[in-house]
Ligand binder design. Structure first.
Ligand code: NAG
Length: 429
């Protein structure tokens, strides 16, 4: 009500009545996001909206605002310096919790007043189709938005597809769209820029009319009761906890699968080749069953991740599911072979199937681990660690296999059908 009176007053004295909902980040009060929905848009329920992304030009490599409740699927607008005094606004969509990709869907226009202005990055943007793209209704009182920024040096690129580094601060908040509505300015930020009321978490009337705010003129530490925004914890917990949940699941999936495919499975394959009889088959079985159990647990996480991140059609999960599906037969074939071997004292074709099938799956699985690290945008350190472990184990496996054949274990190789002399483990090829 008070605000209604204030804006009516503003319009009476002929100032812009553009209403801005503004959100100031809890971690840096100089980073803010403002939103305006012109009355023409709110009346018709569709049309353009305006937003401003603002923050310090030094020490921030990029600042982003996104429409959505979590990073994945949100329409994100990443702003960075373009290297010639202005800013680049890069619309992006995230397919996962990693660098969002450029998206040409949002129809945006960079407006006057944008640029590197008095040491601030300012992007005044009109988006003609954001409401429909993000499925936002102008009557929504709790629309979900996310924000993020990365400290560091300026990107200075006019390329909308410039490579950006992962945010070091992020969160979520809500805008009451009904309270961002007002005015019919073609650029609501230019007028309000003059007054630049520091009011936080409240809409500010354009012009210099003192609007009645909930005493929220000092920003960072308040927990004002204005429901336009959630400063601090508020709804930002939702987005952060979703992200940390995904990060945790990625870690668990990676560790379980890494142990299974880069450690246990190769180890089991080595054991059957180098361990002295008679317990090598049992040891092989125990190690592979541990690997199998780890990989089943890893699969559970993988499937959850693929669903959450809408990854089901990516190469890594597809290969992963093929490998896991194939792996399912390994213990069965192995057991039957072992049982037949014990019963008949003769190796069967099952031995070949078990051995070659296992090799194919193991190689695919190890390669797929690398694809997974790549998909998850893992750190270089993580990739190197995996490459070293998988490489060492793979090499050991290769050496063990070659040595085995060199020592004559391969008498039946290539002549498996001609020679019937079984090796004691029955796994000779
Ligand atoms: C930045 O670009 C916009 C859009 O072209 C323009 O309106 C604005 O004046 C530019 N800002 C500066 C500082 O040149």
């Amino acid at each position: 009500m008070r605000l209604g009176v204030a804006s009516a007053f503003a319009s009476l004295i002929g100032l812009s009545t553009a209403q801005l909902a503004r959100y100031v980040t809890p971690s840096d009060s100089s980073v803010s996001f403002s939103l305006n929905i012109p009355t023409s848009t709110s009346d018709s329920g569709s049309g353009a909206l305006f937003f401003q992304i603002r923050g310090p030009a030094t020490g921030k490599s990029w600042i982003a605002l996104g429409i959505g409740s979590s990073m994945v699927g949100a329409h994100i607008f990443v702003v960075y310096t373009d290297g010639s005094g202005n800013v680049t606004v890069s619309p992006r969509v995230a397919q996962g919790y990693f660098e969002p990709q450029f998206s040409s869907d949002p129809r945006i226009t960079l407006l006057d007043g944008s640029g590197v202005v008095d040491g601030s990055i300012v992007a005044n943007v009109r988006c003609d189709n954001c409401l429909s793209l993000a499925d936002l209704s102008v009557t929504e009182t709790r629309s979900n938005w996310i924000w993020g920024y990365k400290g560091g040096s300026a990107i200075d690129s006019s390329d909308v597809e410039a490579d950006i580094q992962q945010h070091d601060n992020m969160g979520g908040f809500t805008f009451d769209l009904t309270r961002a509505t007002g005015g019919d300015s073609g650029n609501p930020f230019v007028q309000s820029a003059q007054s630049s009321s520091p009011a936080t978490g409240t809409r500010t009337s354009g012009g210099s009319t003192p609007t009645s705010t909930n005493g929220a003129s000092s920003d960072d530490d308040d927990d004002d009761d204005d429901d336009d925004t959630n400063l601090g914890s508020g709804s930002s917990d939702g987005a952060s906890s979703a992200i940390s949940r995904i990060t945790r699941m990625l870690k668990i999936h990676g560790i379980l699968m890494g142990l299974a495919f880069a450690v246990f499975f190769p180890l089991g394959a080595i054991i059957i080749r180098v361990m002295p009889r008679p317990h090598h088959a049992d040891a092989h079985m125990v190690v592979q069953i541990i690997g199998f159990a780890l990989s089943i647990a890893g699969l559970a996480y993988g499937v959850m991740l693929a669903e959450d991140l809408r990854y089901l059609k990516k190469t890594h999960p597809v290969i992963g599911m093929v490998v896991m599906g194939g792996l399912f037969f390994q213990p069965i074939v192995g057991f039957i072979h072992h049982w037949l071997f014990k019963a008949k004292g003769k190796r069967t074709i099952l031995a070949d199937i078990h051995v070659y099938w296992g090799r194919a799956l193991l190689i695919l699985g190890i390669v797929n681990g690398g694809l997974g690290l790549d998909l998850a945008n893992n750190t270089t350190g993580g990739k190197i660690a995996y490459a070293v472990v998988a490489g060492v184990m793979g090499l050991a496996w290769l050496v063990a296999t070659v040595l085995y054949y060199a020592k004559g274990g391969n008498q039946a190789v290539g002549g498996g059908k001609l020679q019937s002399k079984p090796s004691p483990d029955g796994m000779t090829e």
